[in-house]
Design a protein around this ligand. Structure first.
Ligand SMILES: [Zn+2]
Length: 116
């Protein structure tokens, strides 16, 4: 499972078949991890092995994956990773990595105010 940083700083989003899930719990023996859809109104669930390598969908999502949001989150993740691992100015990294069609102020409206 691909794991992305969620909108809240302590939130991890788990991606499976382009759907975004949040961890909702685990089995008592720690072998199984349970997830629910990131959309609070959706009842889709999934479970995985503890290492996240085998994933099984439970209740299926009744909506299309939000590919636009997923793209944005992947981009943010990449930017955060670069910001942590390179000495470059955050804005400069953004200019090099981001496609023009995603304006900085939209992608990082909250993050921007906090970091810079
Ligand atoms: Zn859903």
């Amino acid at each position: 499972m691909e794991i992305l940083q969620g909108e809240k700083s302590n939130q991890k989003v788990h991606v499976f078949e382009n759907y975004m899930f949040l961890k909702s719990g685990g089995s008592a023996d720690g072998h199984v991890v349970y997830y629910r859809c990131k959309e609070s109104t959706c009842s889709a669930t999934a479970k995985s092995t503890a290492n996240g390598l085998r994933v099984i969908l439970g209740t299926l999502p009744r909506h299309d994956p939000d590919l636009e949001l997923l793209d944005k989150m992947r981009l943010k993740d990449e930017l955060r990773r670069l910001a942590r691992t390179t000495p470059q100015n955050f804005r400069k990294i953004y200019d090099e990595v981001c496609p023009r069609q995603v304006p900085f102020r939209i992608l990082f409206s909250r993050f921007y105010r906090r970091v810079i």
